[in-house]
Design a protein around this ligand. Structure first.
Ligand code: ATP
Ligand code: ZN
Length: 721
């Protein structure tokens, strides 16, 4: 028994998958949101104080405050995470620890690095770095323009830290007070009339979600930059969320060039843990005024939040697919609402959810219908390949167009959403197809690496010399991946300089920078690549896009597949003809009459959205209903199905909520486990949430007999069924 007389009893959340808090004895009063170090079983863990108690029935173990002089986690941050945990049916402990950066999850103090600001001394102004040292010149120029934080300097040159120390010693720069200097802006273009009108229409205060519906190349980013400048000038912080694939060094430097003396924090899952933790704490302490992040950025604490921007708001990467299965876009809306600040959702192909909110007047809608550079949208033509012979997937008209483009000295882009050489390897005799031993998936042939690889679980094996079933040595690759198209292009366009861009060739940020430079230096004629190439990039000399093998999206069982395909094609088409040279887009298809392709040729997002919304309404699909899906997996499919069957049977009937029967997942086996799922939906959120509460109460009880063999999870507002 522990009483408050001798100690303070605290209730803490721990990173364990249990829907409860744990009591500990604290040496003194500890505020809600404080981090403490506690023993849990054999381990020492971080706990977050969520409440106090006056009495506990247990003999309590002690909790030690973590002495790093960071304040308790702020109330609005705790409220955000607790909302997310509740909404997405995740235990509060794991939700909190998903939202924290790595360094704050460890039971150790975290002392943020100092981030001093520097300015040139008079001597430093007179001095010039050697002209050949481009990075040094850039750093010097940045310092000449305005004071510069050490963290910002590092974004200019990786070795900036050492350089600054040298210049400090030489007396060319001096450290100044940590006070945020007055906002300075880098060079900025005059807005186009359309941009000015759009900017004028945007709400300036209060919660007011606005969809910025702007065609590719219309200068949405410039609009964000202007609104962010206003926010920063008003002494508030801004949060910008972008898809993982778009957070390139180019985007970052565009923001840094506009806000040269603003401390900008970047947050994404692939950066080093220390850097991510530093950036997070800088946002929390209000030192960083602008945060640019991928989905996890939505959890950055921002004491003076004044604006949220979600770029490419339709992008599926805003949804986390494991653990806390949150949608960063939807949480961003909740956050803006709670903070009472404007939120801007930008896209050329908005999600149907957001489009419908705008139709219904719940979101404002501001349109940018022209390209900012005055360029026209590219002409989109379909190549009907039903009766055309294909050479490794390429039709003659496509090859001729690529050759013409190269002859004019312009860049072309061949898009197909498949890595590797071919998506399958098959025996010409018995029809055997190489499959993954752990997944219900075909193995992808990677010819250069002489491997068969599973793109789902990472399994890989050497390419067999003969069919393992019948011994036939004649094995044939089926279909095209980027490697194969690259090889075909090398053959049909002799002498062309071809660059393949996919996750196999560009795995880290520096690789991107190198590719960018090569394209800008005119060293590339043809780019071949996946989605990675489709989004956000601005290559002025790119005038032709050829899209291959996109029909698959029209046959998919996933009801969102055509929405996704349309936006991918609009995005990739949008890379063509962004500057002086007019763009052309060629799409090879066997279904040229399909309404999706017809709408694409007209650049008609609103028309296509209206068609899709109509279909969704007829079939009672989102956004006309709300859904959650319960997934279960086990070594044996029968167990997963039996558990889900029992769960469905145990649920009460709730008016207006439809609980479907368990079905086998479209990909049954994944990483050696077999999977089934149950879909639950309703036109109203209220009843659906009551059903979710019933389900999360019943599921652990029903799962118990299976022990650790069975795993189950809930996905609220799922993107993939
Ligand atoms: N007012 C302007 N004057 C001149 N050029 C501009 C202006 N605004 C934007 N641009 C240029 O137009 C191009 C497209 O702008 P931006 O990248 O902001 O468009 P976007 O709408 O975000 O594009 P996408 O959605 O296709 O990625 C860029 O090269 C940008 O520098
Ligand atoms: Zn696999």
């Amino acid at each position: 028994m522990t009483d408050a007389s001798s100690n303070t009893i605290i209730r803490v959340a721990l990173d364990v998958p249990l829907d409860r808090t744990f009591d500990y004895a604290a040496p003194g009063p500890l505020a809600i949101g404080s981090r403490v170090s506690v023993g849990f079983g054999p381990r020492q863990m971080v706990g977050i104080v969520l409440g106090h108690a006056t009495h506990s029935e247990f003999d309590l173990k002690p909790a030690r405050p973590i002495e790093d002089r960071l304040p308790p986690l702020p109330d609005d941050w705790l409220a955000l995470v607790r909302f997310a945990a509740d909404y997405y049916a995740c235990a509060p402990g794991p939700a909190l620890f998903t939202a924290l950066p790595p360094a704050l999850r460890a039971p150790r103090p975290f002392i943020p690095a100092r981030d001093p600001q520097y300015r040139l001394t008079p001597a430093g102004r007179d001095w010039q770095p050697p002209r050949r040292a481009a990075r040094q010149c850039e750093l010097h120029a940045a310092l000449a323009a305005s004071p510069l934080a050490r963290s910002s300097a590092r974004a200019i040159a990786a070795d900036a830290g050492r350089r600054l120390d040298d210049w400090l010693a030489a007396g060319w720069i001096e450290e100044i007070d940590d006070q945020p200097a007055a906002l300075t802006l880098g060079p900025l273009p005059a807005l186009t009339v359309a941009q000015q009108q759009a900017l004028d229409q945007l709400p300036r205060d209060g919660f007011s979600p606005t969809l910025l519906f702007g065609i590719t190349g219309s200068g949405k980013t410039e609009i964000y930059l202007r609104r962010i400048a206003e926010t920063l000038a008003a002494g508030r912080q801004a949060l910008v969320l972008v898809p993982e694939i778009n957070l390139t060094p180019q985007l970052e430097s565009r923001f840094r060039a506009r806000f040269p003396n603003t401390v900008i924090a970047c947050l994404n899952s692939s950066q080093p843990e220390r850097a991510r933790s530093e950036a997070w704490v800088a946002a929390w302490q209000g030192r960083a005024r602008l945060v640019i992040g991928t989905r996890l950025g939505v959890f950055a604490p921002l004491p003076e939040l004044g604006l949220i921007v979600v770029d490419e708001e339709h992008d599926a990467s805003f949804k986390q697919q494991d653990g806390l299965r949150y949608s960063a876009r939807d949480l961003a809306i909740w956050r803006a609402h709670r903070a009472g600040v404007p939120i801007l959702l930008g896209s050329a192909t908005p999600s149907l959810e957001s489009w419908r909110h705008a139709d219904a007047g719940r979101y404002g809608r501001v349109e940018l219908a022209e390209r900012a550079t005055g360029a026209a949208l590219p002409a989109i033509h379909l190549i009907d390949i039903r009766r055309l012979p294909l050479d490794d997937g390429l039709s003659v008209p496509a090859i001729e167009a690529l050759a013409r483009c190269r002859d004019k000295g312009e860049v072309s882009l061949v898009y197909l959403n498949r890595r590797g050489y071919s998506p399958a390897l098959s025996c010409t005799d018995c029809g055997w197809i190489a499959g993954c031993p752990s997944c219900s998936a075909k193995l992808v042939l990677h010819l250069r690496e002489r491997q068969l690889r599973c793109h789902h679980c990472g399994h890989h094996q050497p390419v067999p010399h003969a069919c393992p079933d019948c011994g036939n040595p004649d094995l044939k690759p089926l279909g095209q991946g980027t490697q194969r198209v690259e090889a075909a292009l090398t053959r049909v366009l002799p002498g062309a300089r071809i660059r393949r861009i996919d996750r196999d060739t560009v795995s880290h940020r520096d690789a991107w920078a190198e590719v960018y430079q090569a394209i800008h230096d005119g060293e590339v004629d043809v780019l071949v690549g996946t989605q990675m190439l489709a989004k956000g990039h601005d290559f002025p000399t790119l005038s032709l896009v050829v899209a291959l093998n996109t029909d698959g999206g029209l046959y998919s069982a996933d009801f969102r597949a055509s929405e996704t395909l349309f936006s991918q094609l609009m995005q990739v088409a949008g890379r063509a003809g962004r500057a002086e040279r007019p763009g052309t887009v060629l799409v090879q298809t066997q279904l040229p009459e399909h309404p999706l392709y017809q709408a694409l040729c007209r650049h008609d997002y609103p028309g296509f959205a209206a068609t899709l919304l109509d279909e969704r309404k007829q079939t009672d699909m989102p956004p006309y209903c709300h859904q959650f899906v319960v997934r279960a997996d086990s070594e044996k499919l029968a167990d997963a199905r039996a558990f889900l069957g029992a769960l469905v049977a145990a649920l009460p009937a709730i008016d207006g909520v439809c609980v479907y029967d368990p079905i086998t997942a479209s990909m049954v086996r994944l990483e050696g486990r077999e999977r089934a799922q149950v879909l639950v939906q309703s036109a109203q959120r209220g009843p659906l949430r009551r059903m979710l509460a019933e389900l999360t109460a019943q599921a652990p009880v029903l799962a118990k007999p299976y022990g650790r063999h069975l795993r189950w999870s809930v996905d609220v507002d799922p993107l993939e069924l």
